[in-house]
Design a protein around this ligand. Sequence first.
Ligand SMILES: Cc1cc2nc3c(=O)[nH]c(=O)nc-3n(C[C@H](O)[C@H](O)[C@H](O)COP(=O)(O)OP(=O)(O)OC[C@H]3O[C@@H](n4cnc5c(N)ncnc54)[C@H](O)[C@@H]3O)c2cc1C
Length: 418
Amino acid sequence: MTDPRRGELVCDVAISGGGMVGCALGCALAQQGLRVALIEQKEPQRDWPAEEVDLRVSALSRASQVMLENLGVWEAMGRMRVSPYRRMQVWDAVGKGSIEFDASEIGEPDLGHIVENRVTRLALWDRLGEFDNLVSLCPDRVVQISLEQDGARLELMSGRNLRAGLLVGAEGALSPVRDMAGITSSGWDYDQHAIVATVWPEFNHESVARQRFMPAGPLALLPIDDGRCSIVWSTSPDEADRLMGLDDERFLQELTAASENVLGQITRTGPRGVFPLRLRNADRYVKAGLALVGDAAHGVHPLAGQGVNLGFMDAAVLADVIAEAGRAGRSLGSLGTLRRYERARKGATIGMLGTMDMFKRLFSNRNLPLIKLRNLGLGLVDNSGPLKYTIIRRAMGMAGERPTLARRIPWQPGDGGL
Ligand SMILES: Cc1cc2nc3c(=O)[nH]c(=O)nc-3n(C[C@H](O)[C@H](O)[C@H](O)COP(=O)(O)OP(=O)(O)OC[C@H]3O[C@@H](n4cnc5c(N)ncnc54)[C@H](O)[C@@H]3O)c2cc1C
């Protein structure tokens, strides 16, 4: 991949950022036979005590699972740990409204899996190492870019120079490549912080993901296969500060109360972490020579567990667009090619951002008629049959048109149409 005349690395696609989304895209493009360079500042964590659950977990949808299967990493993830959830219970702390989703209602074995982010990233990273046509430049960072009509030139912190047919920004929310390209973002603070921890409840969770909506923010109790739960407790920044300042005993008392004792007493907690929450959408996902994927393009409230699922679908759609451009003999980095990606993804993302924002506002509202209405709405949807099945299938990424990597080919019984 090195051009001997200039001493620069030449590739079809350079990906800046090797998080879950950047690595998934790297595997997808290397699988197509393209020459890929992946630039990442930090190697993934490789070893951890078997009983330790990472603070950062994600609820992976069926569409993401299928993509990870097609990239050849799902089995390796299963050997580390993936925890299926078969039911989901959502209820309103103010009033009696509740809704329950059950995988068996739509003939599926589960609704999705709770997976530590480091498990997903490590499995993808190891898979990247199996491709001769992919180089990982790590630790390294992009320090300067120059975008051209059909490609990009990059300078890395190590002093290395790269020429790529397309540069992809996948460095998460603070994407430097997005900033270097002058792409602005729109959005606002949710005025909520999310506290995350692994906790030990008194009763087994029975593989049910639970979420209680309180006016200050939702509390999610996500099942880990050994009976523990990973919590995501979103609340106001001041309240998050207060909760983070409590000793374990007091924190567990408050957590038990906030969970309405749904799993009995919460008896133990691991270390806690806190993340500020922000809605953000890049004003453009593409420029000639550049595309943004994952959190570099958008940031969504974790209440529906959709952030990385959206990012994986970005990667899958971009892989399709690139494959199609290759077949048609079009340049990978031309605006004409990349606009196909932007058109396909911006609508889906704005729809998700809007829905999550509406949920957040709806459940934090203390207006009595609205509280009555939303409780009524939850009950109606719970008993609605087809509407409820549509919601489940949509949350699992099984509704509508799906990119190639998110489809099981050939179709097998029990695939739920994927
Ligand atoms: C509390 C919480 C709970 C969540 N729960 C869920 C959930 O249940 N389901 C879900 O789908 N999503 C969830 N999310 C969202 C999910 O975590 C993100 O959408 C996802 O991590 C984004 O992945 P990414 O690869 O785009 O970015 P990141 O995970 O941020 O990865 C970016 C990578 O780029 C690297 N990098 C950064 N800067 C540079 C640089 N200059 N040069 C080179 N490399 C660089 C970083 O080291 C990192 O490896 C949650 C988020 C939060 C905060």
